[in-house]
Ligand binder design. Structure first.
Ligand code: SF4
Length: 148
């Protein structure tokens, strides 16, 4: 066992190959001429550098979503079906389409969203709750743009 990106990448490839094998498909084998998708960042890597290449307002929204602790038992939704944690997880990695789909599956009323935000575990601390309503507003705006 080791640490760092190469180990994580290797573990990911092993996991993917296990799935491919299970399905009777060819395993992934790295070729020398293959494009490298791993980006090496300069040190020290500061929090404000997160998503630096993303355009605004997406960058701000992604940073807000990254503030979510992705709780195992989210107090925000407290067992309700709207998957706020799943939406935030998708937004945090820039998967706005996936987040929009999840939101459309089980949307919530503005009152519910306010309640979710009030119940966010971060609301008890100095940082304040994850701005769920602001993030959902952004997603809804994108949906309107897509359909209009
Ligand atoms: S309670 Fe707050 S931090 Fe936890 S999953 Fe919900 S939004 Fe994220």
């Amino acid at each position: 066992m080791g640490t760092g990106t190469p180990t994580v990448t290797t573990s990911g490839i092993s996991a993917a190959n296990a799935v491919l094998k299970q399905r009777g498909l060819e395993p992934f084998v790295h070729r020398k001429d293959q494009e490298n998708f791993v980006r090496i960042v300069d040190k020290p890597f500061l929090a404000e550098q997160f998503y630096a290449s993303a355009p605004e307002p997406e960058r701000t929204v992604m940073r807000q979503a990254l503030g979510c602790r992705f709780c195992e038992h989210p107090s925000c939704t407290a067992g309700e079906v709207t998957d706020i944690r799943g939406i935030l997880r998708r937004v945090a990695v820039g998967n706005f389409t996936g987040a929009q789909k999840l939101w459309q599956k089980v949307p919530a009323s503005p009152e519910k969203l306010e309640l979710f935000e009030a119940r966010c575990i971060r609301a008890q601390g100095v940082e304040g709750p994850v701005p769920i309503r602001q993030i959902i507003r952004h997603l809804s705006g994108r949906l309107k743009q897509d359909s209009g």
